[in-house]
Design a protein. Structure first.
Length: 224
């Protein structure tokens, strides 16, 4: 369980708990907003069928967060506390930065077949991660997975080809998902947080090798 606490300068506090191992199920008696329906601006690459899913699992998971931040401006300053089972993080930042971190965690642990490929990182969640943090953690986790594939007798991918393909899909998904968020929000905090997630996916997809060169010096002549 990961807890996010947003403390506004007016004394208001918003509290969210994210169960990273949650299972998705639709509460059939509950009426979700129209923007959460699967067929509403459904991602072109979405493999889910409306016959099985009436609503987008990720949209349902984000509904409460999106609605609570609907009227906030992205540049508004806020104190954010993040509690995991092992440690606590505290940062004063704009709402967009804290919200991007929270949305990214919820999306990666949703039942979306595309987003859930990043779910393993949730067990080692790092709030407020920079682009460099994200690259280091994502590529490291991906290569660790290839090691396990090799150990099991499979064919590993050490060229990062599959990782780039995943981020290509994430960039497309975040763009489409942003349209849902746009409809659900009165102000720009939610949308800008999703846009930033999409921008990160785009950078990884188009220039992964170039960005990894920045890490080369850190490993030169060292084992770790």
């Amino acid at each position: 369980m990961v807890e996010y606490i947003f403390e506004m300068d007016n004394g208001e506090t918003l509290f969210f708990q994210v169960d990273i191992d949650r299972c998705y199920h639709e509460e059939m008696k509950k009426a979700y907003p129209s923007w959460t329906k699967l067929e509403y601006n459904q991602c072109d690459i979405c493999p889910l069928s409306a016959e099985t899913y009436r609503y987008c699992p990720t949209a349902v998971d984000l509904q409460e967060i999106v609605e609570k931040f609907s009227s906030f401006l992205s540049h508004k300053q806020v104190a954010v506390r993040v509690k995991t089972s092992d440690r606590e993080y505290i940062k004063t930042c704009d709402i967009q930065t804290g919200l991007q971190s929270l949305l990214g965690l919820v999306m990666a642990t949703s039942a979306c077949p595309i987003l859930s490929k990043l779910g393993a990182l949730a067990s080692f969640h790092l709030p407020f991660a920079t682009t460099e943090d994200t690259l280091f953690r994502t590529v490291g986790a991906y290569l660790l997975r290839q090691y396990f594939i090799l150990s099991a007798g499979g064919e590993p991918d050490f060229t990062l080809g599959e990782l780039k393909a995943i981020y290509n899909k994430l960039e497309e998904l975040n763009y489409s998902f942003g349209e849902r968020i746009r409809i659900a929000s009165k102000s720009d905090a939610n949308l800008n947080a999703v846009v930033q997630l999409g921008a990160l996916s785009f950078m990884v997809y188009v220039s992964l090798e170039e960005q990894l060169k920045d890490f080369r010096d850190a490993f030169r002549g060292r084992l770790f």
